[in-house]
Every structure is written in structure tokens, then in C-alpha cells.
Design a protein around this ligand. Sequence first.
Ligand code: NAD
Length: 355
Amino acid sequence: MKFLVMPGDGIGPEIVPVAVSALETLNRKLGLGISLETVDIGFASLETSGNTFPDEALEKARDADGTIMGPTDTLAYPPLAEGGRGPSAFMRTGLDLYANIRPAKTRSGVPSTVGNMDLVFARENTEGFYADRSMYLGNGEMMLTKDVAISVRKITREASLKIAEAAFKLAMQRRRKVTIVTKRNVLKMTDGLFHDTVREVAQDYPEVEVDDVIIDAMSALMVRTPDAFDVVCTSNMYGDILSDLGNELAGGLGLGGTINAGDDHVMAQAVHGSAPDIAGQDIANPTAMVLSLAMMLDWIAAREQDNKLKEAGHRLGAALDAQLSKTATQTRDLGGPLGCKAFGEALVKRLEDEA
Ligand code: NAD
């Protein structure tokens, strides 16, 4: 089995090695037979190849069984014509990673700003308001004059069906509730189509309770009654914003793990960005990156019916839970004493010490 590693920008080269060390430990202990290859993206590859996402990165990812992608500093990239390609956009559309699965949960031992929360966003990942990835050719964002800019939002029945299926399958393994989040009171056609399509899929899952909430109310309800939600099915930008909110409420952005999954490919990638404000200081929390890896191992294990990988995902999740359960073994963003590297070393030790 082959995994591809893309360290990314900012804190990427600090948090990705933590996930890689944990994987190498599990690989050796459980005999997983995973080989790892690293490919530069972001500013590292802009320097060497003139492009923030070289073609070979996508080709290698297509060949790999899974990809670990660090966050990228897309805001600082040069225009497309000067080599500034958004790696997430290329990966998500290029490999049809239509489902972005983003949990947000409170944990005992981690200070949070809300009561109990254990929800998962099933975020559509390939269209919506992301103008740089919604078009076959060209870009969905344009300037009509120097003072007038517009962007086009694309919602399709096909992509809505796919994310709805992913959401209901997930709900069947959890508390059997799906909340559809839209702004269909205003965006009656696009969000109306998304909503109606998810409702249509709901008919195949009579065991699952379904409700729908408007995005603005959802951001209030996540604070007021976070335990009321299980799986939240939503379109691209709403899911992006709400999952940051969910993870910050649960304790911090550094906790937000995610996988980007399609029918054939999967990528582990933290919810958060490259955090340039803390890059290079060894204070980033690598939890999100490690949790994303654990989720990716689970996803591949389920697809391949591979018990060893399942065990690896389980051990990694359990080691993270243990590490996060006490302030003494947490990173500074959560109030603990550990830097990124020390957190990683402690995590590896936990994995090593297990029978
Ligand atoms: P950000 O998510 O990088 O940071 C927001 C805040 O959260 C910052 O204060 C940061 O220090 C903190 N934070 C983030 N991750 C953390 C971690 N692991 N541990 C501790 N604190 C953490 O958002 P931003 O500053 O708006 O974006 C920075 C860059 O990242 C931009 O170029 C943006 O486009 C890009 N971005 C990339 C991705 C991605 O690669 N998937 C996602 C979001 C943003």
C-alpha cells in the first residue's frame, strides 16, 4: 500500500511529520506494509518547479492509496498564471473527492466553550461557491468592470445526491439524525435543489430522522444546543465555515480532523489552514493532522476490509484521546505545556508502549 505525503506551507512541515512518525510507528508495529513517498507542494514546489501544485503531485496521488496533505497558504499564492494553483481545489476536483467529512466534538479534559457536542459535517466538496473549481473551463469569478465583481455558485443534483448518500450512510453508523443546512429561504433555486435532493435520498433511509435548519440559525444553534446535532449535510462553503466554528467551540481549530473522500480516493487534511501567525514556532497543535490520518486509515480499512488498518486507525484515535485527556499532555493552544514536536514524541511513545 502506498501513501503520498504533501507537507504544505506554514505549520504544515511541523504537523505533518507528527502524523508521519505516528504512521511509521504503527506501520512497523502492526506490519501494515505501507510505503511513504513525499512530494512538495505550495511554496516549496513554487521555488523548484514554478508551480504550487505540480502536475506530478496529482498523478502520484491518483496512484496512491491515500494522501496526507498539510495545509497550504493559498491566500499568499501568486495568480494562476504565475504558478499559484490551489492544491485542495486540484485534489478535490481532480480525484472527485466529493465528501468532506469533518467531525467536531467536545472531549473530556479539553476546555470548550459549549456543552456536549459530537457532530460530523458531511460537506459537499467539489462545487458551490468555490468559483475556482466549479467550471469546466475558466473561473466562476469575474470582474465586469473594475468596480463590479461577480462569482457564480454551482449546485448540481449529482453532487448533492452523492453528499446526501455519504451523510445518510454516516448517520446509520451514528445516532441516525441528519440536519440539512442551507439558505433556501433566499437561494431558492440552488439551495432549494440541494435541500430537495437530500430529502429525496432521505426516503431511502426511513430510520434516519431528518430536519433542516437555515445556515444563520445553525450558527446560533450550534452554540445554544450543540448536542441536538448528529450529521450535518451541507454545501461547500457553509460546511467550511461551520466546521471551523464547531471545532473552535469544541476547544480549538487545531482539533479539526477531516478526510476528503470519493469512491476511489481519500485524502487526510486538517480543517484549519497554514496558520502563518504561529508557523516556525513549534506551538501548533498537530491533533487535527493526526486525527485526519486516523480517519483515513478507518476509511481505507472499511473499503478494503483490512483488519490491520482498522486496528491502526483505532490505536491512533485511542492514543490521541489519551493524550488530549490531560492538560499535562496537551499543546499550548489548549492550555497544556507541550510544543508540537514534544506532543508528537509523546504520541509515538504511547503507540510504541502498546502491546
Ligand atoms: P488558519 O486556519 O490557518 O488560522 C486561523 C487561526 O487558528 C490562527 O490564529 C491560527 O494560529 C490558529 N490555528 C490554526 N491551526 C492551528 C493549529 N493546528 N494549532 C494551533 N492553532 C491553530 O486560517 P487563516 O489564518 O485564515 O489562513 C491561513 C492560510 O491558510 C490562508 O492562506 C488560507 O487560504 C489557508 N487555508 C488553507 C486551508 C487548507 O489548506 N486546507 C484551509 C483554510 C485556510
